[in-house]
Design a protein around this ligand. Sequence first.
Ligand code: ZN
Length: 312
Amino acid sequence: MRPGIDVECREVGLRDGIQIQKVFFPTEGKIAWLTAEASTGMPEIEVCSFVPPKLLPQFSDAKEVVAAAKKLDGFTISALSPNLRGAMDAFEAGVQKLNYVTSVSEEHNLANVRRTVDQSVEDFKRIVELRNEKAPEVQLATGLATALGCSISGQVPVADVMALAGRFFEAGADELVVSDTVGYANPQQVKEMFNAVISEFGEKVSVAAHFHDTRGLGLANVFAALEAGCRHFDASLAGLGGCPFAPKATGNIVMDDLVFLLEGTGLKTGVDLDKLVEVREIIATNLPEEQLHGMYAKAGAPKGFVPATQAA
Ligand code: ZN
């Protein structure tokens, strides 16, 4: 955790938010977005994904985007990679944190990365070896996708999540990201899951939450995770993104609304909320067809509202 803040937010819009976009988000636009958002005080930005351009042309400019991010400072540059090849490229490009993802649900993992869960854990061990050898300063985060429900296999037992979290911890993960990939979770379930994961791993590694607002419970789930002790949250500006399994659904939880919730609760994020809202313009300009989400941006601040970061 960066000094002086209570909760660490990670912007994932430049990865999760745009990965199913059919329209290419121009490279200059991506750089403008991350530059502007870095200047709001956002502690971490996931700037791209290292995947074969044939598979996801949206990220064909990954190296360029990381190079631009490296010219800035004050935030952690992270990138996603689902495999060793991508991890190699990410380390070479100079990312500071690598996000690796495996689904807790076997069926989902096979559909998503065409690997069994066992194979994915073995791949992660190779990434740890590579990291130790080539880029020992890089942090490794492991996403536990479908941890709160799966669009193929339905409910996912807490025990399965704990088992996979344990395997990644043993293998050398620095962070566990409990992910509601398809937006199935409710606050009660979130509370139970985060209580379990944090009591087992919270002292040893960072435990982060990744929620989608697919069914409108995103921020309620944030509050439940907060109560269980979670202090790391993923979100995307303007709630960009969607769910490939629910075509009309909304995307990640809205970053601007998340910051409003946290700051209003008295938890310092280090992020300038009004400045953050202005960054939405960059998305609107580059994706004119896209519907932007977020209630704070529409309604503005309540009278007399003082964000915790500014009150400090
Ligand atoms: Zn996601």
